[in-house]
Design a protein. Structure first.
Length: 549
């Protein structure tokens, strides 16, 4: 509607003149157009939001997935390179997008991947595999990888996509587990062989000692006997190192002041290492005592020092450090420990040698210069004490050997004066129990040579039958490792039959079942007649004293 007012000659509004038109159809068209434009605007906004959301989701997915993602086309040009790949390889997305895979990935890795890439471009997904991924822009890694085809919007294969997951730490843990299992297997085999060999040496040494008493006093014959005994003793020393590696040696751990122990070794260390090696001590004040076997620990430290000397043929510096530290989690130790370090400035070891350093019989020294048992013995001792041996070494930068030793819960005990033994022990009837006839025969001969009467048994069952009889028995000497019944089990049964009966356990190691303890005195194999005599004298004298009291 359009209208206007017409006034009269006096200016008064008297007439309204206008035109009214029907614009319904036009308004309908305009309304439809506005609605369409509004709808188009809304649709455009939704589309833009969807695109922004898809892009954001895609970016979030690419950055949050804990795997490297690489997309490539048929020409192997890289289209996608997510942040995880940036961390794995050391190249940013901007540096690699548009470049070919072969320009970014090492040639040998690319050759290993090529069959999987070709399968992906052909529409076939590959299996999950592991490969060593080397890049000149970063460290070598072990990656778990899989290739799959990448389809375009039209359903055609537009390229391929590869997924990479870093499994380096898992591989390292698996390798450490395999190494630990390998060392445990070697230890079990070594301990068994060493124990049996120890028994044989006990027979050799015992018979040589008895033979030396009975041959005519001729220098030539005595020289042969002495040579045989020295060889047997050297063999016994080797078996003790093997037993130490296998953690089956008989230790006598006690609270020990390590500062005093090292100070007491100073002169021995200087003589053993010679004038070309400068020895420095760095010992922390106020250290608590550690639970160790002092004699075995001295031998271990000396072994480490001699190894260090051999790594410095032209001379150098040896530093012995002693401090209290919390062990690293990687060592698998919990609690308080004293750390004893032996550090040298020698030739050092490469990674492969370092990994095998504690294996028995492994040695880098020339033939005849070493047995390869030094570090294995130290390792076995540390583990048996509840600690650890840890080695650090680099070629040309020397070696650091860390011995982690548990802090003692109790104070240092003062050494008691030994009770005087009655060497002329009363002649007694001794029951000798050993399943090995050769060892039993040797023990019987030595005991009879001491003037005692001997009864023999070749098993725990046979020994119990003798004890249940009316036979007079003053003491028992029994082996520990016997089939059917161990020496400890025999001792427990024997004391039920004859309470207070003195029992001596002869063994090369204390391989007691978990949770089993015993107060039996022990005679370490191989032993000499003098050792046997002292132990028997102590047992029989104590029995006489108890009976008299």
């Amino acid at each position: 509607m359009r209208a206007g007012v017409l006034p009269d000659r006096y200016g008064r509004a008297v007439t309204l003149s206008g035109v009214t038109s029907d614009v319904t159809d036009r308004k309908a068209v305009e309304t439809d157009r506005e609605s369409l434009l509004e709808a188009l605007a809304i649709e455009r906004e939704h589309t833009q939001q969807a695109l922004r959301g898809e892009k954001a989701f895609s970016g979030l997915l690419m950055s949050s997935v804990p795997a490297g993602i690489v997309a490539y086309d048929h020409e192997l040009a890289i289209a996608t390179w997510n942040p995880v790949m940036e961390r794995l390889v050391g190249l940013t997305e901007r540096e690699v997008v548009g470049r070919r895979l072969s320009e970014v990935i090492a040639e040998d890795v690319m050759e290993a991947m090529r069959p999987r890439v070709e399968k992906a471009l052909g529409g076939e997904a590959g299996p999950i595999e592991e490969l060593e991924f080397a890049s000149e822009h970063g460290p070598s890694l072990w990656l778990e990888t899989q290739h799959a085809p990448l389809s375009g919007g039209d359903g055609q294969i537009a390229g391929g996509v590869a997924f990479f997951r870093d499994v380096t730490e898992r591989r390292r843990a698996e390798e450490q587990l395999r190494q630990a299992q390998k060392m445990e297997t070697i230890g079990q085999l070594t301990g068994g062989v060493a124990h049996d060999f120890n028994n044989l040496l006990a027979a050799v040494l015992g018979n040589l000692e008895l033979l030396a008493k009975k041959i005519p006093p001729e220098p030539a014959l005595q020289r042969h006997i002495d040579g045989a005994m020295q060889g047997a003793r050297r063999g016994a020393s080797l078996t003790q190192r093997l037993l130490a590696f296998a953690r089956r040696q008989d230790l006598k751990p006690e609270p020990t002041d390590l500062s005093s122990l090292l100070e007491g070794m100073r002169a021995l260390m200087e003589r053993s290492l010679g004038p070309l090696i400068a020895i420095d001590y760095d010992i922390e004040d106020g250290l608590p005592p550690a639970t160790v076997d002092p004699n075995q620990l001295e031998l271990a430290v000396l072994n480490l020092a001699v190894n260090a000397r051999d790594a410095m043929p032209e001379g150098g510096q040896l530093v012995i450090r002693l401090d209290k530290r919390e062990p690293r989690r990687s060592l698998g130790l919990f609690g308080s420990y004293v750390r004893l370090c032996v550090e040298d400035s020698g030739e050092g070891m490469d990674a492969e040698t370092l990994q095998r350093a504690i294996e028995p019989f492994f040695s880098t020294k020339e033939l005849g210069k070493g047995t390869g048992l030094g570090l294995s013995m130290v390792h076995g001792l540390a583990v048996q004490l509840g600690g650890a041996l840890n080695l650090y070494s680099e070629v040309g930068r020397g070696t650091i050997a860390e011995l982690w030793l548990p802090v003692s819960a109790g104070p240092i005990e003062h050494v008691k004066e030994p009770v005087a033994m009655n060497e002329a022990a009363p002649r007694s009837r001794i029951l000798v129990v050993d399943d090995d006839a050769l060892i039993a025969m040797n023990t019987v001969d030595m005991v009879e040579d001491l003037g005692h009467t001997v009864l023999e048994a070749y098993s725990g069952k046979q020994a119990l039958e003798i004890l249940q009889s009316d036979a007079e028995i003053d003491a028992i000497i029994t082996d520990y490792a016997m089939p059917g019944m161990t020496g400890v089990e025999l001792a427990n049964r024997a004391r039920e039959i004859r309470p207070g009966l003195p029992i001596l356990l002869a063994t090369g190691y204390a391989d007691l079942p978990s949770g089993t303890t015993t107060d039996l005195p022990r005679l370490g194999k191989p032993y000499q007649q003098r050792d046997l005599s002292e132990q028997l004298s102590r047992l029989l004298t104590q029995r006489e004293a108890s009976a008299g009291g």
